[in-house]
Design a protein around this ligand. Structure first.
Ligand code: ZN
Length: 257
């Protein structure tokens, strides 16, 4: 059997402990609900990590052994340590997949990878959302029809301050009239990134089979078996060079410590 995909589901896990409605919906935390449905796939090996754990549950060993990370955060983005963000960022550039869910749009790691502030409009009125699948041949949308309909969703509206996605997979329409780029694909370094909008903490979004299907597909799509570390090497010439530049000095500075 081929190697399993090692997945780490990261959740700040704050709402579920503080808010009764969220606790009722996700008694073991959203990370465990996500773990549960991902774990039904034999090719996926799932662990979870949360903010309150040492190193937010993201030790060097965990990062080293993660092929794909899922990220859910909202009220505690600022409590995530810059050191950990730096390490996660480095792993993405080396080829670790990253799936950023819902309010993760404002996480430090997503902002760092995008280079923009990732602001958007929002409204919490449990309105209808229709996510249009505009890339039906993409690995992330396999098994998904022309659209997904969520009866009760938080509205996220444009303008979403992100760089133009490498590929736009879903566009949402909301009952109140707004639209939103809800499924966005990027590459940063060697890593594949997918931003997926649904997942508000007071609605049962992560129990929806179609949402689960998209997240499962995205997890497989973002996984890569190879890792590349770009470290700015000094390079010997492939061909013999003429000696015409021999009078120029060398600084010999390496960018890499
Ligand atoms: Zn929300």
């Amino acid at each position: 059997m081929s190697k399993k995909i090692n997945v780490t589901v990261w959740n700040e896990y704050v709402h579920e402990l503080k808010n009764e409605a969220v606790k009722k919906l996700y008694p073991n935390g959203m990370h465990n609900t996500i773990k549960e449905f991902l774990s039904t796939n034999e090719d996926l090996e799932i662990r979870t990590a949360t903010l309150a754990e040492e190193n937010h549950g993201l030790s060097d060993e965990v990062l080293e052994n993660t092929d794909v990370m899922l990220w859910w955060g909202h009220m505690a983005h600022k409590k995530v340590s810059d050191e950990i963000v730096e390490k996660v960022h480095k792993r993405v550039l080396e080829g670790m997949g990253l799936i950023v869910l819902h309010s993760g749009h404002f996480s430090k790691i997503f902002q760092k990878l995008m280079g923009t502030n990732c602001s958007l409009k929002w409204r919490e009125e449990a309105e209808k959302e229709r996510l249009w699948n505009i890339e039906p041949n993409h690995p992330i949308t396999q098994g998904i029809g022309e659209y997904i309909e969520l009866p009760n969703a938080e509205m996220y509206g444009e303008r979403f301050d992100i760089p133009t996605p490498d590929k736009l997979i879903f566009i949402s329409w909301f009952e109140g009239g707004e639209v939103f780029r809800s499924g966005c694909v990027y590459e940063r370094g060697h890593g594949k990134i997918f931003y997926f909008r649904p997942g508000h903490e007071t609605y049962p979004i992560f129990y929806n089979p179609e949402i689960q299907k998209v997240i499962t597909n995205a997890t497989r799509w973002a996984a890569q078996s190879n890792r590349f570390i770009d470290n700015c090497p000094n390079s010997a010439p492939l061909e013999k060079l003429s000696d015409k530049n021999i009078d120029f000095g060398k600084a010999g500075v390496s960018q890499v410590s």
